[in-house]
Design a protein around this ligand. Structure first.
Ligand code: SF4
Length: 232
């Protein structure tokens, strides 16, 4: 278990509350807090012992200005490789876009040892363990939020969050202490959360792109705006 001291609350710019002084930045490999997901993980380990099959840690430095929050690891993607969005379709679009806008460098080859690095950017998930059918239950999203909160509160230079999909948006809002009625999800929207900006995008899943709910141009538009805002 890792415990670290926090600095300021990124949403307010003020010192973090006393209760947040010591935070676990990530769950243990055998985190038992969501019994359904722990059982699912155990079954995946038995079936595919070479896969990662554990809570997937954040990727990228904690001193980044930008945090991208996804839904949860995909079975054949991050759950297999151990790096967020690595190894499935969603990663192809996400990393191509990050490379295009200078938030990553190197060559994305869908492997955690491909040498790709993030630039002033970090990627995490609202839920750290792979859920059945990519659908975490509300209780699981609520339980895992403690790790999203810890991630946010231990990024002292954080200025922007991109939420990929409604679940990530809602969980990020709650992590920031905001009500969803004050900032409804909409693709392309930006919500001011104290000193932070929260941007919404449809999730870059294969389903959303196949159905043209999200086109690559729509996705690029979100990151173009984030890039321009961060440059100000
Ligand atoms: S989803 Fe999060 S809280 Fe639930 S078991 Fe996995 S790491 Fe633990």
């Amino acid at each position: 278990m890792t415990t670290i001291s926090t600095t300021n609350d990124p949403a307010s710019g003020q010192p973090a509350p006393a209760g947040a002084a010591l935070l676990r930045t990530g769950p243990d490999r055998d985190c038992p807090l969501c019994p359904r997901l722990a059982d699912f993980r155990k079954a995946a380990r038995a079936r595919e012992p070479q896969w990662f099959n554990s809570p997937v840690p954040s990727f990228g430095d904690a001193d980044a200005s930008l945090l991208i929050v996804g839904l949860a690891p995909g079975m054949q993607g991050a759950n297999r490789t151990g790096r967020p969005f690595t190894g499935d379709y969603a990663g192809d679009l996400l990393y191509a876009t990050l490379l295009e806008y200078g938030f990553a460098q190197g060559v994305y080859q869908a492997q955690p040892d491909d040498g790709l690095t993030l630039v002033d950017c970090r990627i995490s998930n609202a839920v750290r363990c792979v859920p059945p059918q990519n659908k975490p239950l509300p209780a699981e999203i609520n339980t895992c939020r403690q790790f999203l909160i810890a991630t946010i509160q231990t990024m002292p230079r954080l200025r922007a969050i991109v939420a990929l999909g409604r679940v990530a948006h809602e969980s990020a809002l709650k992590a920031l202490g905001l009500r969803s009625s004050s900032a409804p999800f909409a693709h392309g929207a930006m919500h001011q959360a104290g000193a932070l900006k929260l941007y919404d995008s449809y999730h870059c899943s294969r389903y959303n792109t196949n159905t043209r709910v999200l086109t690559p141009d729509m996705f690029r538009g979100v990151f173009a705006k984030v890039k321009a805002d961060l440059a100000r």
